[in-house]
Design a protein around this ligand. Structure first.
Ligand code: FAD
Ligand code: NAG
Ligand code: NAG
Ligand code: NAG
Length: 620
């Protein structure tokens, strides 16, 4: 599917088949209202500016999780003109139906990055390449993500501070998490030290739960774990997912932070415009503008004060290197004149996990598409009232955090996450494509159980030691950079993930899941048949075959003080050695937080915008 309209057609076909197969569909009125809501949503996105100025105070590159927040906060200062450039086009309301989250990757709203083929991980995926979808649309990856809202652990940020990043300790960043938050979960909202209401970003529980998700929390209790609000005092324990959704609909950063301020005269948004170079005067090392390409035509815009790179973990380092800011030898090899020698593209971090851990049940309780579309009810619930299973982000329902070093400590520092999915890869060919599983693996592993209800747990390493790198392929801005994730370079990463896998299987064997006749799917993963099923070596093999990037790539423009040889930006997010240039997005993380990265990225953007205001003498 090439563009977002195709998703629309796909949805229409789904609806159509659901309605023709069943007698009383009766969703016509709901659909009509939905179409009106769609038009309203479209009309609330800032328009694509035709008459851009020749010069702005600030130019922001990329309208993703971070860029939309920075654009909102900088244009609070009415005397500052801001240009926000985005390579992608409009967000579409269909993209905001939570259950469809995995499908957005099949549209033109995805940059479609893949890792270099490897012989150590992602072996069961097509071409032995890991998939790295990234948003190319207003809202960036916050339009593709699974809406899981987690902040991470207090110690993650205290670690940043201890690395010389003054002002980034937990006590300093908590107010920024709270600033954007609008919690719509009353029982959590009462805890005002950790939650707030009235911010731009709404956090809710999905409006439907499978009995399996309830069982997952029960399994936690049975195994002596606590039920927690992982965004409050202690993170370790079990919980239903807090999600960035509002009234059953995705809350992307474009919808949340740009729609409400679309009438600000000092905000210009230019869509379908790809920035190809940051212009830096080599003698003064000061930026003065950018070049961008729209409809195959090149344009230049000047910046009076600053340029802010919010192009994401692959594109921010890509643009820096294309502009002469990066590792000297690598740039020279690519025929790019070096302006500043910095370790751009190093420190690539992620939260690798494994997707093969599937459990079969004997009742109709999972989110199998054929099943939940069987009657018109679920469609009606969503299109009329925004309730029902469609409000669950891509079937992700619950989460558990474990500290395997201190398993009995209630305020542990989690090293593994288990993400509960009320469905599995065998339930849909589309899901298979989302994860990039090769046909040969799919046909053996999942095809025989396609029509059987099943669920899965995705175990994820929270603080891996292995680091990867992003490099230029060449000096053409339209050629994708090369991505080397280097998963499992350290034995620690493999062994801690193995603990997660075994914990997942243990949970599936609790009474809570036995009620559903839950049973580990016992077809050995192709490529691992030679190992004894369920032995440690078998699981290690599965981890290397069905490796899964949980999409938390980050760190390629590391934040750190001058003394940090690897640092690309300083603790005020200014590129070392260059004037008038900051990076504000998920690439500045010095170490990866124990969180899904949307909330931490939004926090960085909130704080980054404040730093800019301070540096230009504007009181915050
Ligand atoms: C499929 C998927 C699922 C995820 N699930 C979750 C989840 O459930 N919970 C969670 O917390 N996190 C999740 N994440 C991660 C999270 O969404 C990202 O870490 C976060 O969005 C990164 O924000 P960013 O601002 O760094 O980059 P992005 O949001 O990717 O924004 C970068 C923007 O810059 C634009 N851009 C890039 N280059 C240029 C250029 N040269 N010129 C103009 N524009 C440019 C891009 O098109 C994009 O809009 C997920 C990510 C993906 C992809
Ligand atoms: C929508 O909600 C209203 C009010 O709660 C209810 O009366 C109605 O039956 C619901 N419609 C559907 C299709 O669930
Ligand atoms: C949620 O969406 C439904 C369907 O559009 C609408 O009827 C309802 O008023 C909305 N609720 C809120 C709180 O916005
Ligand atoms: C499912 O399996 C459980 C455990 O074996 C059993 O108690 C239950 O009756 C089974 N249910 C169905 C519908 O087969």
């Amino acid at each position: 599917m090439k563009n977002s309209n195709n998703v629309l057609f796909f949805m229409a076909a789904l609806l159509n088949s659901a309605c023709t197969q069943n007698d009383n569909c009766g969703i016509t009125e709901g659909m009509l209202r939905y179409v009106l809501d769609m038009a309203k949503h479209a009309s609330e996105e800032p328009r694509d500016e035709i008459n851009t100025l020749l010069e702005y105070d600030f130019i922001i590159v990329g309208a993703g999780s971070a860029g939309c927040v920075v654009a909102n906060r900088l244009t609070e200062v009415s005397k500052w003109d801001v240009l926000l450039l985005e390579a992608g086009g409009e967000e579409n309301y269909i993209m905001d139906i939570p259950i469809l989250a995995p499908m957005i990757q099949f549209t033109g709203a995805n940059w479609n990055y893949k890792s270099m083929p490897s012989d150590k991980f992602c072996l069961g995926l097509t071409n032995r390449q890991c998939m790295f979808p990234r948003g190319k649309v207003m809202g960036g990856s916050s339009v593709l993500n699974f809406m899981v809202h987690t902040r991470g652990n207090r110690r993650d940020y205290d670690l940043w501070e201890s690395m010389g990043n003054t002002g980034w300790g937990y006590e300093s960043v908590l107010p920024y998490f709270l600033r954007s938050e609008d919690i719509a979960i009353p029982e959590l909202a009462m805890n005002t030290k950790y939650h707030s209401t009235g911010g731009y970003l709404t956090i809710s529980y999905p409006r439907f739960r499978t009995p399996l998700a309830e069982a997952f929390l029960e399994a936690g209790k049975e195994t002596d774990q606590r039920i927690v609000d992982y965004n409050a005092e202690t993170q370790t324990g079990f919980s239903f997912l807090q999600t960035t959704t509002k009234n059953g609909t995705r809350c992307s950063t474009s919808t949340a932070f740009l729609h409400p301020v679309r009438k600000r005269k000092n905000l210009h948004v230019k869509k379908r415009s790809q920035v190809t170079k940051i212009l830096v005067d080599p003698s003064t090392k000061r930026t003065f503008g950018i070049e961008f390409v729209r409809n195959k035509k090149k344009y230049t815009v000047r910046a009076r004060r600053e340029i802010i790179l919010s192009a994401g973990v692959f594109n921010s380092p890509h643009l820096l290197m294309l502009s002469g800011i990066g590792p000297k030898k690598h740039l020279t090899d690519m025929n790019i004149p070096v302006i500043q020698d910095l370790k751009v593209g190093y420190n690539l971090m992620d939260h690798p996990g494994v997707i093969g851990i599937t459990f079969i049940v004997n009742q109709s309780v999972s989110l199998m598409p054929e099943y939940f579309l069987e009657t018109g009810k679920n469609l009606r619930d969503y299109f009329v009232n925004r309730t029902g299973p469609f409000t669950i982000p891509g079937a992700a329902e619950a989460i558990a955090f474990f500290d395997f070093k201190n398993p009995t400590y209630i305020d542990g520092y989690p090293d593994v996450e288990l993400l509960f999915i009320g469905s599995s890869l065998s339930n849909s060919r589309l899901a298979r494509e989302t994860f990039g599983i090769s046909d040969s693996v799919y046909d053996i592993l999942y095809k025989p159980v396609e029509k059987i209800h099943s669920w899965m747990i995705i175990p994820i390493i929270l603080r891996p030691k292995s680091k990867g790198r992003v490099k230029l392929r060449d000096n053409n801005p339209f050629h994708k950079p090369l991505i080397f994730p280097n998963y499992f370079d350290y034995t620690y990463d493999m062994e801690i993930l193995l603990k997660g896998v075994k914990k997942a299987v243990e949970l599936s064997e609790t009474n809570a899941f036995k009620k559903f006749g839950s049973k580990l799917h016992d077809t050995p993963v192709p490529g691992c048949q030679s190992f004894e099923f369920r032995s440690d070596d078998y699981w290690r093999c599965v981890i290397r075959h069905l490796t899964y990037s949980i999409y938390h790539v980050s760190g390629t423009c590391k934040m750190g003080p001058v003394s940090d040889q690897e640092a690309v930006v300083d603790p005020r997010l200014r590129v070392h050695g260059i004037k008038g240039l900051r990076v504000i997005d998920a690439s500045v993380f010095p170490t990866i937080p124990s969180a899904h990265l949307n909330a931490p990225t939004i926090m960085i953007a909130e704080k980054g915008a404040d730093l800019i205001k301070e540096d230009w003498g504007h009181k915050t």
